[in-house]
Design a protein around this ligand. Structure first.
Ligand code: UDP
Ligand code: MG
Length: 182
């Protein structure tokens, strides 16, 4: 087969000069905001990690760090230090230690506030349908996901959960240069 749609034409089309990988024109000029999101042990057991990632990607946020871990008690006690003394605290630490967690750092405009809206109310029965907790949980003590609740809290939590070398700066390329080799 030759002509416009022949292999040679296709090869020319694919092999031609291509613009270098460059950021989208919409790269932010505002300070980059980051937040800690963690799929809790119940979310991991219920195979909800992909669902969570998909929602954050589709919203337009950028994943800059991710790891699966059995969270050490030292991290949990510091992470939940404000809740020490609450009647549910011992059960919370037991639950968060009961299996692996997938911790992520997401970046984007107002990502702290947006991610709190995306996960929904702490209490599953108050969480609106369409939110992660509103769609996937029925009990406050098994509410699938954590997200930092303030910019300062997010900075503190990211420092607690991640080393700086575990976070990557990257920019999105355009569709053409991401889909085909140079
Ligand atoms: N939690 C619980 N019982 C309660 C309140 C909270 O088991 O009555 C758990 C729940 O898993 C919640 C976590 O403790 O996500 C941290 O509570 P916080 O008030 O910080 O809620 P969040 O920021 O997670 O919405
Ligand atoms: Mg909280």
């Amino acid at each position: 087969m030759g002509g416009l749609f022949g292999r040679a034409a296709l090869r020319r089309l694919l092999g031609g000069p291509r613009a270098p990988l460059r950021p989208c024109s919409g790269e932010p000029s505002w300070p980059r905001e980051r937040t800690l999101v963690a799929v809790k042990p119940d979310g991991v057991q219920r195979r909800l990690v992909g669902e969570v990632i998909q929602r954050f990607e589709r919203r337009g946020f950028r994943l800059v760090g991710m790891k699966m871990l059995q969270v050490p008690e030292s991290i949990l006690t510091e992470h939940y230090q404000d809740l020490q003394g609450k009647p549910f605290y011992p059960a919370l630490i037991r639950y968060m230690s009961s299996g692996p967690v997938v911790a992520m750092v997401w970046e984007g405009h107002n990502v702290v506030r947006a991610s709190r809206a995306m996960i929904g109310n702490t209490d599953s029965c108050e969480a609106a349908p369409g939110t992660i907790r509103g769609d996937f949980s029925v009990h406050i003590s098994r509410n699938v996901i954590h997200a930092s609740d303030s910019v300062e809290g997010a900075q503190r939590e990211i420092r607690l959960w991640f080393r700086s070398g575990e976070l990557l700066d990257w920019v999105a390329g355009d569709h053409q240069s991401c889909t085909y080799p140079a």
